[in-house]
Ligand binder design. Structure first.
Ligand code: HEC
Length: 155
């Protein structure tokens, strides 16, 4: 009798081997030892309250340093996180803020208020796990006030 290769057992074995195999693929972490000269706090006033909100709620995806949770060591979670961090940094990096043109700075600051107001940021898939990253009404007001003051310094 000619038995098919595609039995449940064989398929599960292949999937298991693939799962084990991808664990060995390394992904570069978003961790930088250097203090970035272009970090927003080096050029603009960021009050401690605002800095703490941004660090807790935004910096994992919008800075040169991500604090990685323990489950991030497992693939494909590692890829998924790297993808978010890369996309987040491409759109906005607080550690590279001063390298942006005047127009881009103003645009990004407006987008910060917009995305925060509309509840788009921080990403919902992030706050499910990072409950402390959820913004309160007063956090949002704090960010809005800081953005309008910072914009005055750029105009
Ligand atoms: C879990 C990762 C993550 C966190 C945390 C996060 N962001 Fe984002 N952010 C992204 C990604 C990814 C994008 C790219 C756009 C998209 O895919 O929706 C983005 C885009 C943005 C943009 C650009 C929007 C545009 O239209 O280009 C702004 C502004 C922004 N985020 C602000 C924030 C602020 C402010 C916080 C904290 C309150 C924050 N983000 C927290 C991942 C994150």
């Amino acid at each position: 009798m000619n038995k098919s290769f595609f039995t449940i057992k064989n398929i599960l074995t292949v999937l298991l081997l693939m799962f084990i195999g991808i664990q060995f693929i390394d992904v570069k972490k978003n961790i930088s030892q250097d203090q970035s000269a272009n970090a927003i706090g080096n050029h603009y006033n960021v009050p401690p309250k605002v800095q703490s909100i941004l660090k807790t709620s935004c910096y994992d995806c919008h800075s040169n340093n991500t604090i990685y949770p323990s489950y991030s060591k497992i693939q494909p979670v590692k890829w998924w996180l790297a993808d978010h961090v890369n996309a987040g940094k491409r759109h906005l990096n607080f550690d590279e803020f001063n390298s942006y043109s005047r127009e881009k700075k103003l645009e990004k600051l407006d987008e910060i208020v917009e995305t925060v107001k509309e509840g788009e940021m921080p990403l919902a898939s992030y706050t499910v796990i990072h409950q402390d990253a959820k913004l309160s009404a007063s956090d949002r007001a704090e960010i809005e006030k800081w953005v309008s003051e910072t914009k005055k310094g750029i105009k």
